[in-house]
Design a protein around this ligand. Structure first.
Ligand code: SF4
Length: 702
């Protein structure tokens, strides 16, 4: 029995059961929910991604449905400094509408901003983007997926002309001969994925992991490369250098399916393995063995994740691995390719339907006149009325309440007080706003700062679709109605649009929103026109692009051509550069962040689940024993990790799994253990992705 099953029963209510998916990560494991007399039980369900498995987070997901912390009434702060107090929906929505109107009357449409989340369903992400552009007429919308996926997305578009996390089904991983994971730790972030990796190794395949820590995933690897954080790009260029030196280039593939190789060849010629060993700490022998393992097998896959991507050079780092994959002829070959492991539940769909500052639904660019015209036609407004591109998430949050930035912010499904880099500064920006509105089902750390909190439905209380890490569109199904007093995000947007007397139609039925989304995405890179809920129900989801309801979907991309103007993938030469903040005498250690098995993202949900709290009760700082010895720190001692931006305090956890020059902290906790008090807000110039994965710190006993 799960903790979620230990809930008050309501005798006499017949059992209800629904086949749905986990509310958390992008693996979107299949699960069944069964409610008997008010008690909700989770059981795993066979689905291609999880094959009957769930992690602890999925097993316990139902506990939040009836959690005592659940918000069931709007909250309102009358004046700065007052406590939040319960309010009626009319009172709360009137206050929001009046506040938005006042700010826009005084400062213009862009004085209101919207911040979304990678956990919102496709329908909600679409409606939120439409609400921002049509009802608020602001260019300022972005979302927390910018923290997760933006570098891989930008690199994918640059190279392949499209961004779909995995361009093949996850089951292909089990059939590849060599799998290279770069900065990915699925053993803790999405454990059921390991079923595919176990298959792969049982078939004799090699698993190679590049990670500065000997993670739970790296422990299972055939080979573990442990570079200094921030040197993955150099490692990738060295691997390509070796492949070219050894004559492993797929000349036919490069000639027929790619452009731009010569400049890459010239660039990687300078990445001598011995020099890259000095830079990264990865022995030449490991570089050579890795290049050989990728280049001399029939099928090989390279996957990146946040460890490689969350850097101020994240786009170029991913590009370096894509260059390697292209040179070996992997993308589009069965059982081979490049992909990235998406993190958030709808990180993929969330970035396809208009939550991103520069995008319209269907993964269209908002600065493309044809795209504007098409989407404006679906929305029933003149194309010229649509605002232009906004700014990426950190730039948006860092401008809040300043002389030139937005004065009001609506937050849906996000908790930037914990998840944003340089979080204390973001928190202070939020406090400077004239109006902060948060729609959530729990009182997150961001909701606690709000002027108005709107209690919304959660995952098992509304229908919708999600798009998982494979680009597979799935059905999320409601088990039960939201509790009394709670509205859905779609209802909130419709209520606000009505109060603002906004143009456009904002349906509250997710099926109607999805029908409109299909029309808006038609002809775009992420074309959902042929995806219907019935079609999803009839099979195990539908892979985009799927332009025709009667035509096939696309489980595998790039078999014959890439969706670029000339049909070829594009190499691009990239060079290593140091981290934005190098270590120095005052801050001599590298600091990196990540996740633990029993918590998810900012922890607003999972920190409230009893079993998860028992498994991972609080933050910690992982230190190598040699470093701890130098610092005079014993296991369990409270330590301070101090950067130029702030500090965190947490117990030391000594482990030989980490390099002696690097310290690690998970980022799920607020308060003094908040890892993002320390992280750097330097961003990638292309993607706007912050450099979560490396900054300079010193560590002291507290
Ligand atoms: S958190 Fe991810 S891996 Fe765990 S059960 Fe949910 S979808 Fe599956």
């Amino acid at each position: 029995m799960t903790d979620g099953a230990r809930m008050a029963t309501r005798p006499g209510v017949p059992p209800r059961e629904v086949a749905t998916h986990c509310p958390y990560c992008a693996l979107q494991c299949g699960m069944a929910l069964r409610e008997t007399g008010g008690r909700v039980e989770v059981t795993p369900r066979q689905f291609p991604t999880n094959r009957g498995g769930l992690c602890q987070k999925g097993w316990t997901a139902a506990e939040l449905l009836d959690h005592p912390d659940r918000l069931t009434t709007p909250l309102l702060r009358d004046r700065p400094g007052d406590e939040l107090r319960p309010a009626t929906w009319d009172e709360a929505l009137d206050r929001v509408a009046a506040g938005l109107r006042a700010v826009q009357d005084r400062h213009g449409p862009d004085a209101v901003a919207v911040f979304g989340g990678g956990g919102l369903t496709n329908e909600k992400a679409y409606a939120l983007g439409k609400f921002a552009r049509v009802a608020l007429r602001t260019r300022h919308i972005d979302y927390n997926g910018r923290w997760c996926m933006s570098s891989a997305a930008a690199a994918g578009i640059r190279a392949f002309g499209v961004d779909r996390g995995l361009p093949f089904p996850v089951a292909d991983l089990g059939r590849t001969d060599t799998l290279l994971l770069v900065g990915a730790n699925p053993a803790e972030t999405m454990p059921p994925l390991l079923r595919h990796l176990t298959d792969q190794r049982e078939r004799g395949g090699q698993l190679i992991v590049i990670d500065p820590r000997l993670t739970a995933t790296a422990r299972q690897a055939t080979r573990h490369l442990q570079p200094l954080p921030g040197t993955d790009l150099a490692v990738a260029n060295a691997l390509l250098h070796i492949a070219l030196t050894e004559g492993w280039l797929d000349r036919t593939y490069v000639a027929e399916r790619t452009t731009g190789f010569e400049e890459v060849r010239r660039t990687v010629a300078g990445y001598w393995p011995a020099e890259v060993e000095r830079l990264s700490g990865v022995p030449v022998a490991d570089l050579e063995a890795t290049a050989r393992a990728l280049a001399t097998v029939d099928r090989a896959v390279i996957l990146t994740a946040r460890g490689a991507e969350q850097h101020a050079k994240g786009v170029d780092t991913v590009t370096a691995f894509i260059n390697l994959a292209l040179a070996l002829g992997l993308p589009g070959r069965p059982g081979s390719g490049y992909g990235c492991l998406t993190g958030q539940g709808n990180g993929q769909g969330g970035r396809e339907h208009g939550q991103k500052a520069d995008q319209l639904p269907g993964y269209r660019r908002i600065d493309d006149p044809a795209a504007r015209s098409h989407v404006a036609g679906v929305w029933g407004v003149p194309a010229d009325d649509l605002p232009g591109p906004g700014v990426p998430a950190y730039a948006l949050l860092d401008s809040l309440g300043t002389a030139t930035g937005p004065r009001a912010l609506l937050v849906f499904g996000s908790n930037p007080v914990v998840s944003a880099p340089r979080a204390a500064r973001v928190e202070s920006r939020l406090r400077d706003l004239d109006l902060l509105v948060v729609a959530d089902f729990l009182r997150s750390e961001t909701a606690a700062l709000a002027d108005v909190v709107l209690p919304v439905a959660q995952w098992a209380e509304e229908d919708g679709t999600m798009t998982n890490l494979e680009g597979r569109v799935l059905r999320r199904r409601a088990l039960r109605e939201p509790p009394p007093g709670v509205r859905t995000d779609l209802e909130v947007l419709a209520d606000l649009a009505a109060r603002l007397a906004a143009r456009g139609h904002f349906p509250t039925d997710p099926a109607a929103v999805f029908t409109e989304l299909r029309r808006a995405s038609a002809g775009g890179p992420a074309d959902y026109a042929g995806v219907t809920w019935d079609r999803i129900d009839a099979d195990t989801g539908v892979f985009w692009p799927c332009p025709d309801p009667a035509g096939p979907d696309t489980p595998r991309l790039f078999a014959d051509r890439f969706p670029t103007p000339d049909g070829r993938a594009r190499f691009r030469a990239v060079r290593h550069r140091p981290a934005a903040e190098p270590v120095c005498a005052e801050y001599p250690l590298h600091f990196t962040t990540g996740r633990v098995l029993a918590q998810y993202q900012s922890g607003a949900q999972t920190r409230r689940v009893a079993a998860l709290r028992r498994a991972a009760p609080g933050g910690f700082v992982e230190l190598h024993p040699d470093l701890a010895d130098r610092l005079g720190v014993a296991d369990g001692d409270e330590v301070r990790v101090v950067s130029r931006r702030g500090e965190l305090r947490a117990p030391a956890r000594l482990s030989p799994a980490i390099r002696p020059d690097t310290v690690f902290a998970p980022f799920h906790w607020p308060g003094t253990a908040r890892a993002n008090s320390v992280t750097n807000d330097a961003v990638d110039p292309v993607s706007g992705m912050p450099e979560f994965k490396i900054c300079a710190v010193r560590v002291e006993r507290a």
